[in-house]
Design a protein around this ligand. Sequence first.
Ligand SMILES: C[S@@+](CC[C@H](N)C(=O)[O-])C[C@H]1O[C@@H](n2cnc3c(N)ncnc32)[C@H](O)[C@@H]1O
Length: 309
Amino acid sequence: MDQATLFEAIDEAITNVAEAEFRRLAEGMTRDELTNNVHRALASLRGLQDGIPPGYEDSWVPLLYLTWYQPGQIYYAHHMIHRMNQNRSGTPLIAEGSYRLHLVDFGCGSLAMQFAVTWAAAEALESGLTVKEIRIDSYDVATPMIRLGQALWDEFKRIITDDAQVSHLAMAVSSIRPRNSSPNRLFPYKAQMPGEERWLSALHTVYEDNLDAVRIDLAKMTNAFKPDIGLMSCFPNPTPIGLLEQASPFTGDSFLSAYAGPSYRTEASLPKVTRWRRDLDLKIDRHHFLEGNVPWYRHAFGLIYTPKG
Ligand SMILES: C[S@@+](CC[C@H](N)C(=O)[O-])C[C@H]1O[C@@H](n2cnc3c(N)ncnc32)[C@H](O)[C@@H]1O
């Protein structure tokens, strides 16, 4: 899958969704009010890289997350999928024959993992494999994050649907069956069917502040879902790997863990998102976080769990 083509669609989708959300939030606000909201959200999001979770319930935070972190998160989630596949030689990345994939994405945010799985499915289709249904059960405690992610997914679908150049991507999108999940109202997961593989992801979701809650909910979901593969990651806050390991539900003898990362850089550029942020900078008292090109270089740490033997 041509990365530039994919990120062109993501660039356009993020920009369109961000602009609509900005108009909704900014309606009737003075320049000072706008400045306060944007500066507060940017400062709060900066804390993420030091392991301090921002207040995602404040709708300005998901908006700035979408136009700052989201493209890099899609790239990193895709990197994790490929890195995971290196642990199991000979198994196709995402699909073959009767194989079905079922993913539970915990702390899904704005659906970065759903986009990454779709990207990997498009790659599989392009290499001649068939992709069956891919179920994705997403859960996040912050509804504004999911709401924006769903708007992004709908806009992305709209953009690629009529574009013959991205037919594999459109086919991949049509194989995705997304649902909203919750640890308190789990779907009744039956025993795995032959040819089914189950993944559980929790990307950049664990912090010191929420460690206990996440550990309990991940254990609950793992007991019910019984995943074959685990993907967990975080920013390089003070004790990244230790924190992930404490939250991890993949502690049995049957799992082999491997580290991914620690750093990544997407080759893609997002000129529309970059321009949107610079335009926003002109509407408020300026903030230097809005000046750079999106996305940019990041460090991250990941843990990947695959079955032993
Ligand atoms: C940095 S974002 C990452 C989102 C997404 N996984 C990604 O990679 O883009 C962290 C997400 O974890 C979610 N989160 C934090 N604590 C949580 C909890 N206890 N249960 C579920 N989600 C949680 C937040 O609401 C936020 O959307």
